[in-house]
Design a protein around this ligand. Structure first.
Ligand code: 0A1
Ligand code: ZN
Length: 876
């Protein structure tokens, strides 16, 4: 077998044959489902009459094949592992085929598969080719008519995209339902669901007064967990009308929850399929974070109806066209619905930890890659989150009004088409008159740009010189980078007044908060009439996805922490201050020197705790120390033990110094109100629970008592999970074990809660974790075939930095063992799971060797193209 080969963006050719209308009939059976396809096809006007018809198809058993009702002779076509080729076809024709597939054997969860006995599909990106022979590419768009035949008892509910048009009974206890989707769509948006499902129904009246029926389909036991998703859906529908003028376009919108799903959810036209973790919530089973996650994902999938479905991607290299834009849209929606500053802080905090790491590693790729082996490996933080940051920069560059005009233009001009990233950006250019030619480099250059900033105040002339120098480090395949157009939102905070100073740049008054444009490798900005010495507040609200280095003193940071008018940068100043202190402590730990707490950090926290509590949500974020993963990002070589020890030392020092303050905060934020996922309640719980975590870091007696009470009170999952986590992560196994046991028994029937039970145990810092992982892998609630379980147990363990990176290499070995097994069962999940091992360059030589040897071991196996691509890059 030859190695899998990449496809290149530069090789793009429009399809030689397109499908205008697709009719499918599914006769469902776990081992032998029959799929009949009738495709109305036509040749591209510019294609040669001798162009063969090539259709994708994998794992299909061909039963029958005809053109215009005449069966094809065997010599007229060829079938191989990748598809079907017919040498001669007419200009217009009807192709009919029948194939057999085995959903019950499909552990990859792409195409038609079974989850808990029910049938469902996942076709993005290239799963439809596992259902029938078809031009499986997003620029082929057809209307669909689908008939599903199933067993009346086992599959009372038969769903597909669009509107229901007919249903009826058949012989032998079978029945059928026929669905029609009038909107032409690429096959990756096809969906089918069949099973014993129950629905909750609601309605939405669109801005033009049409009534849309909304249904959420779940297993019977989960009917009480749909309320929040439904409310989120209605909010999202209203928001898209208001913010983008986009109305829903069918009479029915359905969401289905399935337990086995590779990703979060999927935007299939009119029939979104969700990982149950991304839709089901109940105060007793889901945390605040889960509630917010569900709201965001429901909105994301709904927003795809325009950004993705009505206007789709020409090819998979353009994936960020729909994903970057849609993530940006869901971020704005969540910001409007909840605490906007906290949403931004959390998004950026995650981005700087995980996307920066991806962009600095061996799998780094541009937002629009120019080649790939396996497209499912490119559903990444770069395509999604960095793509969203780039759309955000565009919006900030053109302003809100032009952005809206640009998006209106985009949706109008390209409705019903499959387009490119240029098409999107050109609408923004047209609507604003801006020139984005340099800006386009954001789409083609990988790697995180770094800005070295330097400022100087000239007392004599009342001028402030700000010099910005940019560079983007080399990434695989891209040794040299060109300067980017980087919008830097900033202010100058006067050190005397503590206020933003009015800024004059090149004789022009630009206000107290403005965007300056860095386009060259190095630029100096001279601000005049600067009345007092300022501290610059740079990259406000994280105005560009870059690393900013400025030689702030700790005094500067403490000043910004209390005086910056930008909430995001106030938070960031606190993070930077903590990072400086952590740096010293990491060094002390490595050198075996006694650790001393930086009193400036303690003082800053004291100021925060004694100030007005008007924004509890932001305060909770400010009190949260940078994660071990983010601290690691700042280190030249990651020393997991020193980082853990340093961070624990800071936590404990703060807890000792501010114990009384934390106790007061805790008590002040306990509430007996019934649970609601409102911003106010969430803020209170976050603040209370962060206070509790400090108290528990020193195993304070009173803190322990509060923790036990909170667990026993069983008020809501946010509080219960936090209490259980703190107990399990403490050294008080005498308290933790019974709590863990009680929790595990109480929730044995609920897979989503058991996922949390797994995660809590395998993320504790104690050294017994590896054994626990092995033990829990045998637990009846665990299964390698269920992606949520794999993520909850194995994925979470690989995030447990001190334990995964054990010096005996056993953590790496365990991960590699699982990857090897999953490579056969579910290549997509296997490839994702390898990620932590691909970051080997960041560690000391001993760990590097251990990590590499596991990658080498994986490489010896017969690999799926997914795992092959990642391992190849990691070892290159
Ligand atoms: N388009 C979906 C993500 C998605 C991608 C691939 C999947 O299976 C291979 C599933 C879902 C989204 O952005 O939500
Ligand atoms: Zn998406």
């Amino acid at each position: 077998m030859s190695d899998p080969q990449p496809v290149y963006l530069s090789d793009y050719q429009p399809p030689a044959y397109r499908v205008t209308h697709t009719e499918l009939t599914f006769d469902l059976d776990p081992a032998a489902t029959r799929v009949k396809a009738r495709l109305l096809m036509e040749r591209h006007p510019e294609a040669d009459a001798n162009t063969p018809l090539i259709l994708n198809g994998e794992h299909l058993k061909l039963i029958a094949l005809s053109i215009d009702a005449t069966p094809l002779e065997e010599a007229a076509y060829q079938v191989d592992a990748e598809g079907l080729r017919i040498d001669q076809v007419p200009e217009r024709f009807m192709l009919e085929s029948e194939v057999e597939i085995a959903p019950q054997e499909n552990t990859a969860l792409e195409g038609l598969y079974q989850s808990n006995g029910m049938y469902c599909t996942q076709c993005e990106a290239e799963g439809f080719r596992r259902i029938t022979f078809y031009p499986d590419r997003p620029d082929v768009m057809a209307t669909f008519k689908v008939t599903v035949i199933g067993d009346q008892q086992r599959e009372p509910v038969l769903l597909a995209n669009g509107n229901p048009v007919e249903r009826g009974e058949l012989d032998g206890g079978r029945h059928f339902a026929t669905w029609e989707d009038p909107h032409p769509k690429p096959c990756y948006l096809f969906a089918l669901v069949a099973g014993d499902l129950h629905s909750v129904e609601d309605h939405f009246t669109t801005m033009s007064g049409r009534d849309v029926t909304l249904q959420i389909w779940v297993e019977k036991d989960n009917l009480d967990k749909t309320e929040h998703a439904m409310a989120s859906l209605k909010r999202a529908m209203a928001w898209d009308e208001k913010a983008y003028g986009r109305e829903y376009d069918l009479d029915l919108f359905m969401i289905v929850a399935v337990n086995d799903f590779n990703m979060g959810a999927m935007e299939n036209k009119g029939l979104n399929i969700f990982n149950s973790a991304a839709v089901l919530t109940h105060p007793h089973t889901a945390t605040d974070a889960a509630f917010q996650n569900v709201e965001g994902i429901v909105a994301h999938e709904y927003f795809h109806n325009w950004s993705g479905n009505r206007v789709t991607c020409r090819d998979w290299f353009q994936l960020s066209l729909k994903e970057g834009f849609t993530v940006f849209r869901d971020q704005c929606f969540s910001a409007d619905t909840n605490s906007a500053p906290v949403k931004r802080i959390q998004d950026v905090s995650f981005f700087r930890t995980a996307q920066f790491a991806e962009d600095a590693g061996p799998t780094a790729h541009p937002i629009r890659p120019d080649h790939f082996i396996e497209i499912t490996n490119f559903y990444t933080l770069t395509i999604y989150e960095k793509g969203a940051e780039v759309v955000r920069m565009l919006r900030n560059l053109v302003g809100e009004e032009s952005f809206r005009r640009g998006s209106d233009l985009y949706f109008e001009r390209f409705d019903g088409q499959a387009v490119t990233i240029e098409d999107f950006v050109s609408c923004m250019a047209e609507a604003s008159g801006e020139d984005f030619s340099q800006f386009m480099r954001w789409y083609s250059q990988a790697g995180t740009p770094e800005i070295d900033a330097h400022g100087e105040y000239d007392y004599v002339h009342a001028k402030y010189h700000l010099t910005l120098r940019q560079r983007t480090p080399a990434t695989p395949g891209q040794p040299d980078k060109l300067p980017l157009h980087i919008p830097v939102r900033m202010g100058l905070v006067g050190t005397k007044s503590g206020q933003d100073l009015a800024m004059t740049l090149n004789g022009e008054k630009i206000g107290k908060d403005a965007v300056i444009h860095l386009r060259d490798e190095e630029q100096t900005f001279v601000f005049t009439d600067v009345a007092e010495a300022p501290v610059p507040s740079l990259l406000r609200e994280f105005s560009a996805p870059v690393k900013l280095h400025y030689p702030y003193s700790r005094e500067d940071l403490a000043f910004l922490l209390t005086h910056d008018s930008d909430g995001f940068n106030r938070w960031d100043a606190g993070q930077r201050l903590a990072l400086l202190a952590l740096d010293d402590l990491i060094a002390a730990h490595r050198n075996g020197v006694e650790k001393v707490m930086d009193s400036r950090v303690t003082d800053a926290f004291r100021v925060l705790l004694s100030g007005p509590m008007n924004d509890k949500a932001v305060l909770a974020e400010m009190l949260t120390l940078p994660s071990e993963a983010y601290i690691a990002e700042q280190q030249p070589i990651v020393d997991v033990d020193a980082i853990h020890a340093a961070r624990e030392f800071v936590r404990q020092s703060l807890a000792v110094a501010l114990r009384d303050e934390f106790l007061v905060i805790y008590e002040a934020n306990v509430t007996e109100e019934p649970y609601a996922p409102t911003p106010e309640q969430i803020a209170q719980r976050s603040l209370k629970n962060i206070a509790l975590s400090y108290l528990m870091s020193i195993e304070d007696e009173q803190g322990l008592a509060l923790c036990e009470t909170q667990f026993a009170a069983d008020h809501n999952m946010t509080d219960v999970r936090q209490a259980l986590t703190l107990l399990v992560h403490s050294d008080r196994d005498d308290l933790a074990s019974p709590a863990l046991k009680a929790f595990g028994e109480k929730w044995a029937h609920d897979p989503l809660v058991m996922d949390q039970w797994f995660t809590i145990q395998v993320s504790r810092p104690q050294a017994d974790v590896l054994d626990r992982v092995k033990y829990l892998m045998q637990h009846p609630a665990f299964s390698l075939k269920n992606p949520n379980k794999v993520r909850a147990l194995i994925g979470a363990f690989a995030q447990n930095r001190v334990n995964f990176h054990r010096l005996d290499g056993q953590g790496y070995q365990l991960l590699a063992d699982v990857v090897i097994e999953l490579n056969r069962l579910n290549p997509e999940i296997a490839a994702r799971l390898i990620t932590p091992l691909t970051r080997w360059q960041r560690f000391d030589e001993t760990r590097q060797a251990l990590m590499r040897s596991q990658l080498e071991r994986i490489k010896q196996e017969p690999l799926s193209s997914n795992v092959y691509e990642v391992v190849e890059k990691a070892l290159a």
